[in-house]
Ligand binder design. Structure first.
Ligand code: NI
Ligand code: MN
Length: 226
């Protein structure tokens, strides 16, 4: 299974014919991304929450490709209003099965407002694909039940925000990594904009000093294979 880092919180998980795009925020909306909404061809799109830096390109890509979209019910409602038809609309705690695996919506402490002003909830995503469990934390702050979520489904790869300001910072993210105990940690949601600039190499050194997790720092456009 390949984990392609597109930049910011945007990842593409590829296993066989399944191409799962998480939080589509693409060039030129995303200053970190090297690819545009025309360059990606996902089979599925997953959205952690409705902020524009996670959702901006979801409707355009879904309508062009027919990709199946999954997000929390109110966020899917907004995507439906944009003309996206092929959807799953769970709420927190819900699991949706696909032919390549499954996706569970889990708690994240963060706000979420759709572009038309509807206030909804943010989520994290526990994704089972290619026999691996990937935990995309979304934009959460640090909270103790990260441990509980990881106990329910042991995590192979955790995608953890480290940029601070809008999410946990790299110091809280070290504690998150201690709670989750993933085999591999990939940092995200940093250096895209000035308020979230941080030192990913320092995060890697701190996590690897305090946990048995391996930290893989990916540049936008890079891939980690598991
Ligand atoms: Ni957000
Ligand atoms: Mn964000």
């Amino acid at each position: 299974m390949d984990i392609n880092y597109i930049g910011h919180s945007t990842f593409e998980l590829v296993d066989g014919d399944a191409r799962v795009l998480v939080d589509p925020f693409l060039k030129p909306n995303n200053p970190a991304a090297l690819v545009t909404a025309e360059d990606v061809n996902p089979t599925h799109i997953l959205v952690t929450h409705a902020h524009v830096d996670h959702l901006a390109d979801a409707a355009a890509v879904a309508k062009r490709t027919g990709a199946h979209c999954l997000s929390l019910v109110e966020t899917i409602g907004w995507l439906g209003e944009q003309g996206v038809e092929n959807v799953s609309d769970p709420n927190l705690g819900g699991t949706v099965e696909f032919d390549w695996g499954w996706v569970k919506l889990v708690q994240a402490f963060h706000s979420s407002t759709t572009p038309d002003g509807t206030v909804t909830y943010a989520s994290g995503l526990v994704i089972n694909i290619g026999g691996k469990t990937i935990y995309h934390l979304g934009d959460t702050c640090l909270f103790g039940d990260l441990r509980l979520i990881a106990e329910r489904t042991p995590v192979d790869v955790a995608l953890i925000p480290i940029g601070g300001h809008y999410t946990m910072d790299r110091h809280d993210a070290v504690v998150a990594a201690e709670l989750i105990r993933a085999g591999t940690v990939i940092p995200c949601h940093y250096n895209t904009f000035p308020p979230i600039e941080t030192d990913a190499d320092a995060f890697k050194a701190d996590v690897e000093a305090k946990t048995s997790s391996k930290v893989v720092v990916l540049a936008p456009g890079a891939t980690h294979s598991t």
